[in-house]
Design a binder for this molecule. Structure first.
Ligand code: IFM
Length: 454
């Protein structure tokens, strides 16, 4: 029997995002975001589904907080909808929107659950998209107004801040591969978005440091660090290029370095950098958030856009089509710990190491409630056991891993897949909105209580 040991102050949490769980899209003075409009494009989202109802957390946050408490969860990572705080994208603050997040944080605090707020998890106000969205540098002044409004109105209640969730998805899924809002397929625009999103992160941290708030602030990246499919030098290079274009373009500038040469020289790609931008981006952060789901094997491919392509692999897949590779998490944690050693930020400050949080990790499957009113999601538990083992080992090896947020608390709207992919440890009946704890929720409870053994 294996017994996992985690430090007592290890942060066990779950994560969600505004558009995926809140619903109530026409309530509380909220305006439309790009994720309200995107599902209206034919074929963009499975069966044209949208987040109008989501998991109805806007109305059921108290019930969800009570369920978190029942499971012993210590932190809740949610995101703030820009469209609720500044419905005009910039300008007037909407008190009703602020009031919702205040209610949510207060409810969490009732149970000693900390509030970990992500400022941007993909729901850009549509009014800003109409002016070019993230491709237009002017979005940055609106973003600055928005983050200042969040600090001013919610700063006394938020315990941890995350600037941006998964810049990779914003830039590439939204603007190059086209499967996320706003659905563009344009390399030049995608590279502009890479840079503007990095800038937005820097601006959020810069403005935060001007306040008196003391809660930690960091960023969440989904690192794409594929392994080479063979030992051939060209495949190793393909893996390096993939990591550079999909991952290092975000990490390097935020950690005080230039954009990677494999991208600027080898691939010959350019970013719309203006004077002072690299300094703006490299603000001192307090931690790094890592979202991990899978790892791919890649080979060199002369004909591919970035000269690599993903190869088939042998591991079992989740219903997302993602290979289950716990060893990939181990490799990523080692890589990120190495990259974030002795970091020098633009204000001259240095950090020898940065605390790391897994801000998302989870498993989608076709969960059904059985006649005993339970959900027996054995494969999710097995997935978690393997990934928790990697986390415990990483801590033993000295990697500064401080917490783990499972994706997700409740089943929710999974972007282009609509409601067809269930990631929750709490089942949501999308007709009645009834919550049912899955077996994995009880497993999480036991792990948090110190009985993570199997
Ligand atoms: O649902 C998403 C989340 O919004 C961002 N990270 C990955 C999750 C699963 O796809």
């Amino acid at each position: 029997m294996e017994k996992l040991i985690f430090p007592e102050d290890f942060v066990w949490g779950t994560a969600t995002a505004s558009y995926q769980v809140e619903g109530a899209t026409r309530e509380g003075g909220r305006s439309e975001s790009i994720w309200d409009t995107f599902p209206r494009k034919p074929g963009a989202v499975y069966a044209g589904e949208n987040g109008d109802i989501g998991s109805d957390q806007y109305h059921r946050y108290a019930e969800d907080a009570a369920l978190m408490a029942k499971l012993g969860l210590k932190s809740y990572r949610f995101s703030i909808a820009w469209t609720r705080i500044l419905p005009g994208g910039s300008g007037k603050i909407n008190p009703e929107g602020v009031a919702y997040y205040r209610r949510l944080c207060e409810e969490l605090h009732k149970y000693d659950i900390t509030a970990c707020a992500t400022l941007y998890h993909w729901d850009l106000p549509q009014v800003l998209q109409d002016k070019g969205g993230w491709t237009n540098r002017s979005v940055l002044s609106a973003f600055e107004e928005y983050v200042k409004a969040c600090y001013e109105t919610l700063g006394d209640l938020v315990d941890t801040w995350i600037t941006i969730n998964e810049p990779y998805c914003i830039a590439y899924l939204g603007h190059l591969y086209g499967n996320h809002a706003p659905g563009m397929r344009d390399l030049e625009k995608a590279l502009a978005v890479v840079h503007h999103v990095n800038m937005a992160h820097g601006i959020a941290v810069r403005e935060y440091r001007k306040t008196n708030l003391k809660a930690p602030i960091g960023i969440t990246w989904n690192l794409d660090t594929p392994r080479p499919a063979t030992l051939k030098p060209e495949d190793k290079k393909a893996a390096d290029i993939a990591r550079a274009i999909h991952t290092e373009v975000f990490l390097f500038p935020c950690l005080g370095k230039s954009y990677p040469e494999l991208v600027t020289k080898e691939l010959g790609l350019a970013f719309p950098i203006e004077n002072g931008d690299m300094e703006t981006i490299a603000q001192p952060i307090d931690f790094i958030g890592v979202n991990y789901y899978f790892e791919n094997a890649v080979t060199f491919d002369e004909n591919a856009l970035f000269k690599f392509s993903v190869e088939p692999s042998w591991q079992e897949k989740t219903v997302m089509g993602w290979h289950i590779v716990p060893a990939g998490l181990e490799r990523q944690l080692e890589w990120i710990a190495e990259i974030s050693r002795a970091v020098k930020f633009s204000d001259g400050s240095c950090k020898n190491e940065l605390p790391i949080y897994i801000t998302e990790n989870g498993f989608a499957r076709e969960d059904i409630v059985t006649s005993d009113d339970r959900v027996h999601d054995k494969e999710r538990i097995e997935y978690l056991q393997k990934h928790f083992t990697v986390c415990a080992d990483a801590i033993k090896k000295g990697i500064p891993l401080k917490g783990y947020y499972l994706w997700s608390l409740v089943d929710n709207f999974e972007w282009a897949f609509g409601y067809t992919r269930r990631f929750g440890i709490i089942h949501v009946d999308f007709v009645t909105l009834k919550r049912t704890l899955k077996d994995s929720a009880f497993f999480m409870r036991d792990v948090i209580a110190g009985f993570g053994e199997w």
